[in-house]
Design a protein around this ligand. Sequence first.
Ligand SMILES: Nc1ncnc2c1ncn2[C@@H]1O[C@H](COP(=O)(O)OP(=O)(O)O)[C@@H](O)[C@H]1O
Ligand SMILES: [Mg+2]
Length: 462
Amino acid sequence: MNISDSRQSSVADRQLLELTLLYQFSNTMLSTLRVKKLTHLILTAITTPSSNLFERAILFLRNEKTNVLQGMLAVTRQQSDGLQIVSGQDALGSRWEISDETILRQRSDEYCQQVRLTRIEIDGVCPLINKIVTERTLCRSDDILCRQCEACRFIKPLCGGAFAAVPLIAREKTIGMIVVGNPESACKISNDNLRFLQLYANQAGMAIENPMLYNRIEEAHLSLKDARERLLHGERLAAIGEMAANLAHELKNPLITIGGFAGRLLKSLPLATREHRYAEMIVSEVSRLEKMLSEILAFSRKPTICFNYCDLDEIIQDCLASCAATFEDSGITVSFASDSLPWNVLGDAHQLKQVFLNLILNACDAMPEGGSLFLALEKTALDKKTVIATVRDTGGGIPKEMLPQIFNPFFTTKHHGTGLGLAIANRIIMNHRGSLEAHNTKQGAMFTITLPLAETDYSPGL
Ligand SMILES: Nc1ncnc2c1ncn2[C@@H]1O[C@H](COP(=O)(O)OP(=O)(O)O)[C@@H](O)[C@H]1O
Ligand SMILES: [Mg+2]
């Protein structure tokens, strides 16, 4: 074989190697949608001794929001021995594989960790980064362009000397770059190897972008599915609400009649007789059912709000007065802290009273054997334009798994409950541009209402 023959055969060998690598790469792309695994495969294939291309490869990905190139992964020749070739039907059908242990080992390598902390700003100052990101062309560190600026200060030490960088392009955009170098042997990076790197990077860009797009579609699909379920749930609730409202409406009139006649009977029957006791039971059960129906109707009716200046302190005092008998019967002590008067909010006093009544009665239900109820009104520390009202009890609190459900209409743990009290309260507060939240304290439940104070009441300088 003469010199020209042997040169030709080495060129052919080289082309065969490149072609095989490119084939294996495209087969690999089809075999996984795991971006992390793909990035390890991409860098390992060009640093592994059998390909004999580079001794070090680093991957940077571009964060479009912050316009930064973020170091993602580095593979050195010492760490590149985990690449396996999985054969296919013929020589061109083979692909690469890498184990999770190798991925973990490569990732926890100190050098890789150092790379992952590297961020290069794409600020238009570094000619090298400009050339890669904007002009999308391959670049060498010893090109005339490089003036040892910030970006090279990051890349050069990572590469331990001369390096070359090539852009990763997908859908006409630079999504990152691969930086390669030969620090161990200090061998010059050959033009042939760089030409191959360019080809390789074109495939790598698409290979990394595809699973990222797929993941984004998957995420969008999940959030759409979630939204659809919530809509369906809402529709179902609306249908149940409408049905309940119709039923409540139909039941209310006969119930009023039953209650009325039972009341009359009660008055005419002699005390301490069995009949008197029965009539008493009818009256009390009818009044409970009437209350339940009013709650259902209140919930299903579209609320009409008459906004007026009202004082929260007065509203709470009113509620406490209406519940005085219940507190006494159940042995509940009440304390109400409200120092700086008045607490003016622009709202519907009747509806706000309903909110506090619901919270207070729930607290009483939670403390059948007695306990303490604490109410307080205070301003937010920050802007002084918001009032925070708290209703806290010592009734043991709300089981953690139930917390997300208590504001759902018809959710109740009580034998005679409607599960509408908190749903109504929440809707009223939301209509007043406020928020209602539930927490557990050491002793019981705490409900926090936040409402905007009426303009007249806050002085910004306070
Ligand atoms: N202060 C509280 N302590 C413990 N659990 C509470 C308290 N307030 C509400 N809950 C829970 O939230 C559920 C829903 O309350 P609500 O909407 O008022 O309906 P209802 O009172 O008719 O059950 C209650 O059944 C109860 O389990
Ligand atoms: Mg209730």
